[in-house]
Design a protein around this ligand. Structure first.
Ligand code: 8ID
Ligand code: ZN
Length: 350
C-alpha cells in the first residue's frame, strides 16, 4: 500500500522558490530503505541550500530536509538489520562508503563519498524518503517522532560539538546562537552533561526560553550589550570566561570574537556555517592563553544513537512548533528574520 505519488517541497533552481507539489515515490536500492517520513525538522542548513550559500552545489531539482523521523515501509534485499515497521531517522549523513580511511575510524561525516540528505540526494521534505540502511538512525518505539526529529541533526550536532569541546562537568560553556534550533538543544545536552551555561542570542522571547525552559544560568543579548566580550566573561564566577564556546550562530561576528572571551586553555568549537564567513582570532592572545579553535561537523552513527538515547532517558526537552509540510515557505521567512525560538517541525500529512 505504498503510493506511487506523494507530496513534497521541491526547488528547481538555487534561490528557490520552494514548490509544494506531487512527485513520484522512489524505490529503495539493495542497501537502502524507504522511510515514510512523519515529521521533519527545518534546519538553517536547508535555507543555506536554497540560497546557495556554500561552496558546494546541491542536486537540482532538490527535495530539502534532513531531520526526518518516520517508519520503514520498504527495504532492499541486502538489508537485514532493520525491519518494515521500525521507526527510523533520516539524517544529514544519508550514506557513506563505509570503507575509506575516515569511515573505518568512524569519522563517517568526513567520507569523500558521503551522500547528504536534502543536499546531494533528496531529503525529508517529502512523505517517502530513501536512505542507506547502514546510516538511518534507529529510533526506539517509545520515542515520539515529532519531538525526536530536531535531534536528528540539531541534537546530534551539538551533542558531538560538546564532546569535541572537552568541557567537563562543572565547567562553563557559552552557547552562541542559543535561541535557535541547534542552540536550544545544545543547552539541554550541556545541562545533562553537568555544565554551566551562558546563553548568547537576542530578544525577550529567546531570553525567557533559555533561562526558564532550557537551563541557561545567564543570558547575554548580543544586540543590546555594549561589550559582549566583557559581559560573557563577567557571567563566569571568577570572571575568566567560559571553558568552551559553541558557535551555532549564522553570523560572522561571533566567529571573530569568541577567542577573545574564551578562558585560557579554553576551546572554541565552530559549528554554524554563515555564508562566506572567516574565522579570526588575535594571535597574541590565542598563543598566551593557549586557546584551541576547531570545527565540528554533525556526528557519526554512534553519536547519533547516543544523542537519541539522551532524549529517550528524558534528559532532553526543547520547545518545537509543528506545522504542515505545505507551510515550509513561512518557516523559511521566519528563519531569515531570526524570528524562530527553538525549532519548527513539519507534519508531512498536512
Ligand atoms: O555539522 C554542523 N556543523 C552543522 C549541523 C547543523 C547545522 C551546522 N549547522 C549550521 C547551520 O547551517 C547554521 O549555519 O548551524 C547554523 C545554525 O543552525 P540553526 O540552529 O538551525 O539556525 P537558527 O535556528 O536560525 O539559529 C541561529 C541563531 O543564531 C542567532 C539567531 O538569533 C538565531 O537564534 N544569532 C545570530 I543570526 N547572530 C548571532 C550573534 N552575533 C546570534 N546569536 C548570538 N550572537
Ligand atoms: Zn541540519
Amino acid at each position: 500500500q505504498i503510493p506511487t505519488e506523494q507530496m513534497a517541497q521541491v526547488i528547481n533552481k538555487t534561490g528557490g522558490p520552494v514548490e509544494f507539489k506531487k512527485i513520484p515515490v522512489q524505490k529503495p536500492g539493495a542497501d537502502e530503505v524507504l522511510v515514510n517520513i512523519k515529521y521533519s525538522g527545518v534546519c538553517h542548513t536547508d535555507l543555506h541550500a536554497v540560497n546557495g550559500d556554500w561552496p558546494l552545489a546541491t542536486k537540482l531539482p532538490l527535495v530539502g530536509g534532513h531531520e526526518g523521523a518516520g517508519v520503514v515501509v520498504a527495504k532492499g534485499e541486502l538489508v537485514n538489520d532493520i525491519e518494515i515497521g521500525d521507526y527510523a531517522g533520516v539524517k544529514w549523513l544519508n550514506g557513506s562508503c563505509l570503507s575509506c580511511d575516515f569511515c573505518q575510524q568512524s569519522d563517517e561525516p568526513l567520507c569523500a563519498k558521503a551522500l547528504l540528505s536534502g543536499y546531494t540526494v533528496d531529503g525529508t521534505f517529502q512523505q517517502y524518503c530513501i536512505a542507506k540502511a547502514a546510516h538511518v538512525a534507529r529510533i526506539p518505539k517509545d520515542v515520539p517522532l515529532d519531538a525526536i526529529a530536531p535531534v536528528l541533526c540539531a541534537g546530534i550536532t551539538v551533542y558531538k560539538g560538546l564532546k569535541e569541546s572537552g568541557a567537563r562537568p562543572g565547567q562553563t560553556v557559552a552557547i552562541v546562537g542559543a535561541g535557535g534550533g541547534l542552540g536550544s538543544l545544545a543547552q539541554q545536552y550541556a545541562k545533562a552533561m553537568g555544565l554551566r551555561i551562558i546563553a548568547i542570542d537576542t530578544g525577550a522571547e529567546k531570553k525567557k526560553m533559555c533561562l526558564e525552559s532550557l537551563g541557561a544560568d545567564s543570558f547575554v543579548d548580543f544586540a543590546t550589550s555594549s561589550n559582549v566580550v566583557k559581559d560573557v566573561q563577567a557571567a563566569t564566577e571568577d570572571g575568566l570566561g567560559p571553558h568552551a564556546v559553541l558557535l551555532v550562530a549564522v553570523n560572522e561576528k561571533p566567529f571573530q570574537q569568541a577567542a577573545e572571551y574564551v578562558r585560557p586553555r579554553g576551546t572554541v568549537v565552530c559549528i554554524g556555517l554563515p555564508a562566506g564567513a572567516y574565522l579570526k582570532a588575535p594571535v597574541f592572545e590565542s598563543v598566551i592563553k593557549m586557546v584551541t579553535i576547531k570545527g565540528s561537523y554533525v556526528g557519526n552513527r554512534k553519536d547519533s544513537a547516543e544523542a537519541i538515547d539522551f532524549y529517550r532517558r528524558g534528559l532532553i526537552r526543547a520547545p518545537f512548533k509543528v506545522v504542515g509540510l505545505s507551510e515550509l515557505p513561512m518557516v523559511y521567512e521566519k528563519m531569515k528574520k531570526g524570528e524562530i525560538a527553538g525549532r519548527y517541525v513539519l507534519d508531512t500529512s498536512k
